[in-house]
Design a protein around this ligand. Structure first.
Ligand SMILES: [Zn+2]
Length: 425
C-alpha cells in the first residue's frame, strides 16, 4: 500500500511536502515524494490522506492507565506529600472493576490521540487486556513498593507471580512486560536491592519515579521532611529504611544497582550535574512529564540539559490523577510554552516519537518513518503547512481531535470517520 499526505514527517530525515510511504507486510519499504512512489510502484493500491500530516505514532513514555478514572478527584494546589497521602486514601477504596474501566478508557483515549506505543505502570494488571485488544504496542510495568524492610521477600515474590501472569496475558500481542519499583522513598533499601537482582536475572525492562520532588531529595539525603514526618507514617513506617548518607535519589538507585540501560527514570526534576553524569554513564533513559510536575508543583525538569547530554528522553503524560488529559499534543504544547526557545518544536516532536522509542529500547523498529521500520504511524488533519518550520505549524494545529488515523504494524487501529478523504486507485 502507498500512503500519501500533504506533509510527511519522517523524524529521522527532513520533512517531505507531498510525501508518501510504501508499506508492505507491516513494514515501511520506501519513503519518497508521493509522485515518485506512485510512478515507481504503479500497481500498488494508493490511499491519499490529503491535507494531513503523516508522522510516526506517538510514544507515551509514562502513564498509569488504570488511574484514568481519577481525573479531577485529587485537589489541585496541594503539596506533593499532601497529594500522595490523598492518593493513598483514594486508592484504597478502588476495586478491580474501577481499574478495568479506567484502563479501557485510557487505552481508547490513546488510540484516538495518535499514540501507538505506551509505557504503562500497573498495580492491578488491568491495562494488558484493553491494550492488547486495541492492538497497541508497549511495555507494561508491574508496580512494586514496600517501605518496610521485613516485607521485602514477600513483596518480591508477589511481584514475580504478577509478572508471570502479565507475561501469559500478553502472549500474542505487541506488549512486553517489565517491573516498576515505585520510587526510592516507597521501597526499603532491601527491596530496591532485590528488585535490582531480579531485573538483572530476568533482563527485564524497568521504570521508576525518581528525583520528582524536593521532599524526596530531603528524605533520601537526610531522612527529613514531610515524607519522613507524614507520608511514610501514614503507611506505618516511622524511620527511614535506607542508609542516610547525604546522597541524591539517583545516587541511591546507583548504589542499589538499579541504574542500567534497561531502566527508564521518570520525572528527573531534581537532578544535578553528577546525577546527569551517572544517568549518562549507566545508559539510563528519562521520561519527563512536565504537566504532572506542574500539577504537583514539584519544579521543572532540566530538559534542555538532558537533551544536550544526549540522554534518551521521552515524553509522558503520567496519569489523570496528576494531569488534565492523556494528550501528548497538549503535553508538547505545554512543554513548548514552559521551555520557550530552549526546546524547539522539532525537539519536542522528536522526543515524543523517536525519543520515546529510544527510551523504551525500540528505536531499531519504531519511532521514525524509514525503510525497514515497522509501519507504526499516525496522521492529523492540518489546514496549513509552514515550510519554514513544519514542526511548529504541526504543534500549533494538532490536537486529539485532529487525529484521523492510527496504524500499528501496517494495520489501521483507528480511523476518524469523515475526516479524511481516501482515494483508492
Ligand atoms: Zn507516574
Amino acid at each position: 500500500m502507498i500512503l500519501t499526505a500533504r506533509l510527511l514527517l519522517p523524524i529521522s530525515s527532513p520533512p517531505i511536502v507531498d510525501g508518501g510511504l510504501l508499506i508492505r507486510d507491516g513494514t515501511i519499504c520506501a519513503i519518497d515524494k508521493a509522485s515518485a512512489l506512485i510512478r515507481d510502484f504503479a500497481t500498488e493500491p494508493h490511499d491519499d490522506l490529503g491535507r494531513a500530516a503523516l508522522l510516526p505514532g506517538l510514544v507515551n513514555a509514562h502513564t498509569h492507565l488504570e488511574l484514568t478514572g481519577l481525573h479531577g478527584r485529587l485537589p489541585l494546589g496541594k503539596s506533593f506529600t499532601e497529594w500522595a497521602i490523598a492518593m493513598l486514601d483514594l486508592r484504597s477504596g478502588l476495586d478491580d472493576e474501577f481499574f478495568a474501566a479506567s484502563a479501557r478508557l485510557g487505552a481508547a483515549t490513546l488510540l484516538r490521540s495518535g499514540v501507538t506505543c505506551v509505557a504503562d505502570v500497573t498495580a492491578s494488571g488491568a491495562s494488558v487486556v484493553p491494550l492488547k485488544a486495541a492492538g497497541l504496542r508497549g511495555i507494561i510495568f508491574q508496580e512494586i513498593l514496600g517501605p518496610h524492610p521485613e516485607q521485602a521477600p514477600e513483596r518480591l515474590d508477589a511481584a514475580e507471580k504478577a509478572l508471570r501472569s502479565l507475561q501469559l496475558q500478553a502472549n500474542d500481542s505487541l506488549l512486553s512486560i517489565g517491573l516498576s519499583p515505585h520510587a526510592p522513598y516507597s521501597l526499603s533499601e532491601s527491596l530496591l536491592l532485590r528488585c535490582a537482582e531480579l531485573l538483572r536475572r530476568q533482563r527485564l525492562p524497568a521504570t521508576i519515579h525518581v528525583a520528582e520532588s524536593p521532599e524526596e531529595v530531603a528524605y533520601i539525603g537526610l531522612g527529613l521532611g514531610p515524607i519522613a514526618t507524614t507520608l511514610l507514617p501514614a503507611v506505618g513506617r516511622h524511620s527511614p529504611s535506607h542508609r542516610i548518607c547525604g546522597e541524591s535519589p539517583i545516587a541511591l538507585l546507583d548504589r542499589a544497582g538499579l541504574l542500567s540501560d534497561r531502566l527508564t527514570a521518570v520525572h528527573g526534576v531534581h537532578i544535578g550535574i553528577s546525577d546527569l553524569q551517572l544517568l549518562k554513564q549507566r545508559g539510563v533513559a528519562l521520561a519527563v512529564c512536565p504537566r504532572s510536575n506542574h500539577y504537583l508543583k514539584v519544579g521543572t525538569a532540566p530538559l534542555p540539559r538532558c537533551l544536550a547530554a544526549s540522554l534518551r528522553v521521552g515524553l509522558g503524560t503520567d496519569s489523570l490523577a496528576s494531569n488534565e488529559t492523556l494528550s501528548l499534543w497538549d503535553e508538547m504544547r505545554f512543554a513548548h510554552r514552559l521551555y520557550g526557545d530552549t526546546v524547539t518544536a522539532q525537539q519536542l516532536v522528536t522526543m515524543t516519537t523517536l525519543g520515546g522509542a529510544a527510551a523504551l529500547g525500540m528505536a531499531g523498529s519504531i519511532g521514525s518513518l524509514a525503510p525497514g521500520k515497522r509501519a507504526d504511524l499516525t496522521a492529523l488533519a492540518i489546514d496549513r503547512v509552514d515550510d519554514a518550520d513544519p514542526y511548529e505549524s504541526l504543534l500549533a494545529q494538532a490536537s486529539d481531535d485532529s487525529v484521523v488515523l492510527n496504524m500499528v504494524e501496517g494495520k489501521i487501529l483507528y480511523q476518524r470517520e469523515g475526516a479524511a478523504r481516501w482515494t483508492c486507485h
